[in-house]
Design a protein around this ligand. Structure first.
Ligand code: ADP
Ligand code: MG
Length: 322
């Protein structure tokens, strides 16, 4: 981006490496170089946030810096990987020092928490768009995938679901101002990295929830060639969501809203106690919501065990009542 690209990089993106995550060659050459221990493998993920598509113009840049890294960290969490290195591709309409200072602060605060070293990137001019590629480390031959859920496994989710979608719903109302707990879930998601790592030896499959429980769990079921039954009354809803969005709309948001960045995972029934311990150790509530079966498809049951009909357009049963 004109002559100031290097000034921008030096001022805002040259940052001390995380402990044990010093690239052999970092920012400044054509590529970064990293030497790999033979006992490990990499988990690699890329996410883009584009203005007008993923965030409104005027979004707090500090929260944007946090979020663009958080969504990639959530992908690593779902694989059970340990975050290690990142690259950052920034497209910006102009050099805005205030924006850059706040954005890089949000980015590095979270990078430092999770021991991520920024090892390179690109800086160009254009409509605002941010791409992060994140590399995590796993022991050789390990990693939680979507494709190993087994009939009889239990299904769990971390945290509470539907809060970010709740914030968006409230914002869409005339003059709607979401309560802080919901707004924070949308703007400052907390990736479940420690839980993912703890589950590496315990869970059979995992996915992070970015597109809503029904759809994302559907990916696991498809990849594993299995089906599932979920009790919708067990799906964990926050007090903030219950207070601000009435039932059954809050449940619809928890089932089909996006951007939860919680983990949904399966584990053999005999691992139930271990799963609960993992949650406790990581300070993250973990809730059992259903079980895996051989019969394909996702079946939703209410608290009486009666089926909740699913339609192509979502959860019509609930939508009509809402
Ligand atoms: P090249 O033209 O060879 O791609 P650049 O001039 O784009 O190199 O970048 C110079 C160096 O600065 C490279 O090492 C690159 O990885 C790094 N870099 C560029 N933009 C960023 C950024 N936004 N964050 C971190 N590193 C960056
Ligand atoms: Mg370049």
């Amino acid at each position: 981006m004109a002559h100031s690209e290097f000034d921008i990089i030096d001022r805002y993106f040259r940052h001390p490496s995380a402990p044990g995550r010093m690239p052999t060659l970092g920012l400044g050459d054509d590529c970064a170089l990293i030497d790999l221990p033979s006992s490990s493998r990499w988990a690699v993920t890329t996410d883009t946030l584009a203005e007008e598509v993923h965030f409104h113009p005027g979004t707090d840049p500090e929260r944007l810096g946090h979020k663009v890294l958080a969504v990639s960290l959530s992908d690593l969490a779902a694989m059970g990987a340990t975050p290690a290195y990142a690259t950052l591709a920034l497209t910006l309409p102009r050099v805005d020092e205030q924006w850059l200072a706040a954005f890089s602060e949000g980015f590095f605060r979270l990078a430092d928490v999770f021991g991520v070293s920024l090892m390179g990137g690109d800086t160009t001019r254009g409509p605002r768009s941010i791409t992060v590629t994140l590399i995590g480390e796993l022991p050789a031959d390990r990693g939680l995938t979507r494709s190993d859920a087994q009939p009889g496994d239990l299904i769990f989710v971390s945290g509470t679901l539907g809060d970010a979608a709740g914030a968006l719903t409230v914002m869409a109302e005339a003059g709607g101002n979401p309560p802080l707990p919901l707004r924070l879930r949308l703007e400052r998601p907390e990736p479940r990295v420690a839980l993912g790592q703890a589950l590496l030896d315990v869970a059979s499959s995992a996915i992070d929830l970015s597109d809503g429980l029904a759809q994302d769990l559907g990916h696991v079921l498809g990849a594993s060639c299995v089906g599932a039954t979920v009790r919708v009354d067990r799906v964990p809803l926050s007090d903030a969501l219950r207070a601000r969005v009435p039932y059954p709309r809050n449940l619809v948001l928890a089932l089909s809203g996006g951007e939860d960045y919680e983990l949904c995972f399966t584990a053999a029934a005999e691992q139930r106690e271990q799963v609960i311990q993992c949650g406790r150790r990581c300070g993250v509530p973990v809730t059992e919501i259903g079980f895996v079966s051989e019969q394909a498809g996702l079946r939703l049951l209410d608290c009486d065990g009666d089926p909740v009909p699913l339609s192509r357009s979502g959860f019509e049963h609930f939508s009509h009542e809402a």
